[in-house]
Design a protein around this ligand. Structure first.
Ligand code: ADP
Ligand code: MG
Ligand code: ZN
Length: 620
């Protein structure tokens, strides 16, 4: 899809602008205050002028709008001197002049002076506009306005119908519900008259809500592609500019352009950047600029549609709870479409789409890859396919193989392998026991999936070693025992350190954090505490539409009870982990020795070793 964007103003044009500007400033000052630059005739009070007329000293006079210029009779010192005075609205003056035989004319201001007067009023605003434009250009750094008065030409990228490589619904997978809802929008755009005839109001705004990378932008483009209409795209953050008024002017401009191209789609990415609730201004107090932009957006959305032009505004956000309620009212973004992370079959479908771009070994099993990537969004999967292709190319292979995907998953999950980071022998030993501790407890306890790999090769920024547990299926619900199992597994590393070395290191801090979080959620959100009962004490943090935004306010006592419960859960899991490891101490030693030697244990070898774990201890 080609992107049409206004060209960047060349540097020479900028300099030309500055020169033009300086010239105009000079000219307009000159016109407004001519006295500064030219010596006028000597000024005389009006009373003096009248006196001189009555004395018969005045030979001729020009009565102008702003000035009366006159000549005195045979002034010895200054023959031919012209004096001037400010006229007063005086109907008697012509009579007086006539009576005294003064030659006079009510001359129009000399030359085309009125024209210059008008110019004097017109030019300063133009200069102002030019200065404004100059800074707006510098600040925005973007698409150039054409001509003096277009300070705010929107920077919307326009994708026009018929552009090569049109995106359609075929390019989007794993978000079937969202697609079903958007099919309707496509129909609105294709056959607006059918709806108008019957008197139905076509929705103006559709809000796409979902985590980053799930395909919101892609879906919006696909709607335009399916309907074969133009697609204007702009990001919310681009509206927020340095100067007050530019953002709202940009909104106006965008809608104007769009209306000319109707039917069409306006896509506003990151709507929360302008649409933040006015109540939650945060540190900024009131952000005038954002508020004006928001108001303009609301005005435009209320305004169009009446004119019969079919313009549908699609917007994307991953924080719908922060949006101003005014945006969500009927007639604005009254439709909301959830674009969620894909499930197993969705992931497989997305992988299929992106695998078309790479040369795949026929043996590659996309379903198996999908199984191992729960929680991945569409963008992560696209990235995964690319990583796998990169790995295959680096290893001089012609086709992307399953093993490339396996390694790519680990990369995407845990960051790049860093073989360069060197641990000393003592540290290595601690890390080995720590990871095997996780593995053994994870093998025994439910909820964590199958242990597939233990490694003491550092990866990413933080982890010195890692234990990879992969789910065997997509899980949407976990029961209490499984959650407790996960907490125990997280504490397995630290427990192994305690048993073997009698002391603990700083390596477990991330484990403890995650264990505590889990336990806290069990108590606060899932009602899994016997003491507190099935109440939700969730903090004020709504995730997505629908999920409760209304937390309870908590009393001091309850807060203490929650703390106690969390501590109990974690401590109990700790004891369980210790017990499992003590029972399996010999095996802990054996596997750790082996890990120290090989650095990585996985697959069959690992399953065989873990198969020797004495399991029965876990039940308690
Ligand atoms: P969002 O706007 O939700 O953050 P994008 O639409 O920008 O996500 O997704 C980025 C890229 O990830 C897309 O260009 C596409 O290649 C891929 N992608 C994301 N979601 C999907 C999906 N559901 N199906 C296919 N590809 C997807
Ligand atoms: Mg996006
Ligand atoms: Zn750990």
């Amino acid at each position: 899809m080609a992107v049409k964007n206004s060209p960047q103003p060349p540097r020479s044009r900028l300099i030309g602008n500055i020169l033009l500007l300086a010239g105009l400033v000079f000219l307009s000052i000159n016109l407004l205050f001519p006295q500064i630059f030219s010596q006028g005739p000597a000024q005389v009070p009006y009373s003096m002028f009248i006196h001189q007329v009555q004395e018969g000293d005045v030979t001729s006079a020009y009565v102008g709008q702003n000035q009366i210029r006159y000549q005195l009779k045979g002034d010895e010192k200054n023959p031919g001197q012209i004096l001037a005075t400010t006229p007063i609205f005086d109907l008697e003056l012509p009579k007086l002049l006539e009576a005294k035989g003064v030659e006079f004319a009510a001359a129009p201001p000399p030359g085309n002076r009125w024209f210059f007067n008008i110019l004097g009023w017109v030019i300063p605003p133009i200069i102002f506009v030019l200065v404004f434009q100059f800074f707006a250009n510098r600040g925005g750094g973007g698409g150039g306005p054409q001509g003096a008065l277009s300070i705010s030409k929107s920077k919307a990228k326009v994708y026009v119908e018929g552009d090569a490589q049109r995106i359609t619904f075929e390019d989007v997978a794993g978000v079937e519900e969202a697609k079903t809802e958007l099919v309707e929008i496509v129909d609105f755009l294709k056959n607006p008259q059918r709806y108008n005839q019957i008197g139905a109001r076509i929705p103006k705004g559709v809000l796409l809500v979902g985590p980053p990378g799930t395909g919101k932008t892609l879906l919006a483009k696909a709607v335009a592609g399916e309907a074969g209409v133009s697609f204007f795209s702009i990001s919310g953050s681009e509206f927020v500019e340095l100067f007050v008024g530019v953002g709202s002017a940009r909104v106006r401009d965008l809608f104007e352009q769009a209306k000319k191209q109707a039917p069409c789609i306006i896509f506003i990415d990151e709507l929360d950047a302008i649409g933040k609730s006015r109540a939650t201004g945060g540190f900024y107090g009131g952000n005038d600029e954002r508020e004006q932009t928001l108001n303009q957006l609301l005005t435009e959305m209320d305004g169009f549609g009446d004119a019969g032009a079919t313009v549908i505004v699609l917007a994307a956000t991953n924080r719908p709870e922060s949006l101003d309620p005014a945006l969500l009212r009927p007639g604005r973004f009254d439709r909301q479409v959830l674009v969620d992370r894909p499930d197993l079959s969705g992931r497989e479908a997305i992988l299929k789409i992106h695998a078309q771009n790479v040369k795949l070994d026929p043996s590659v099993d996309l379903k198996a890859i999908a199984t191992r990537t729960p929680g991945f969004a569409g963008a992560d999967l696209a990235n995964l396919v690319n990583e796998a292709a990169l790995l295959a190319a680096r290893n001089q292979r012609q086709l992307v193989a399953q093993e490339d995907f396996a390694e790519a998953i680990e990369r995407v999950v845990a960051g790049l392998e860093k073989k360069s980071r060197v641990l000393n022998d003592k540290e290595k030993k601690i890390v080995a026991y720590h990871e095997v501790g996780h593995a053994i407890v994870g093998y025994v306890m439910p909820g964590g999936g199958r242990v597939e790999k233990i490694s003491i090769i550092p990866r990413g920024m933080a982890a010195l070693g890692y234990t990879l547990q992969l789910p065997t299926e997509d899980r949407f619900l976990l029961d209490e025992a499984e959650l407790r199992g996960q907490i125990a597994t997280l504490l397995g590393g630290r427990s192994a350190e305690e048993i073997i070395f009698g002391s603990i290191t700083t390596g477990a801090s991330n484990d403890l954090q995650r264990a505590t979080d889990l336990a806290e959620r069990m108590v606060r959100s899932y009602g899994m505490s016997k003491v507190l009962g099935p109440l939700a004490f969730e903090e004020q943090r709504a995730m997505f539409l629908g999920e409760g935004a209304n937390g309870r306010s908590i009393s001091e006592e309850t807060a203490q009870a929650i703390d106690r419960e969390v501590k109990d859960i974690v401590e109990m899991a700790h004891q369980q982990a210790l017990e499992i490891l003590k029972r399996n101490r010999d095996l802990l030693e054996t596997i750790s020795e082996k890990l120290l030697e090989k650095e990585v244990i996985e697959g069959e070898t690992l399953h065989d070793l873990l198969g020797q774990v004495a399991k029965e201890v876990a039940v308690s």
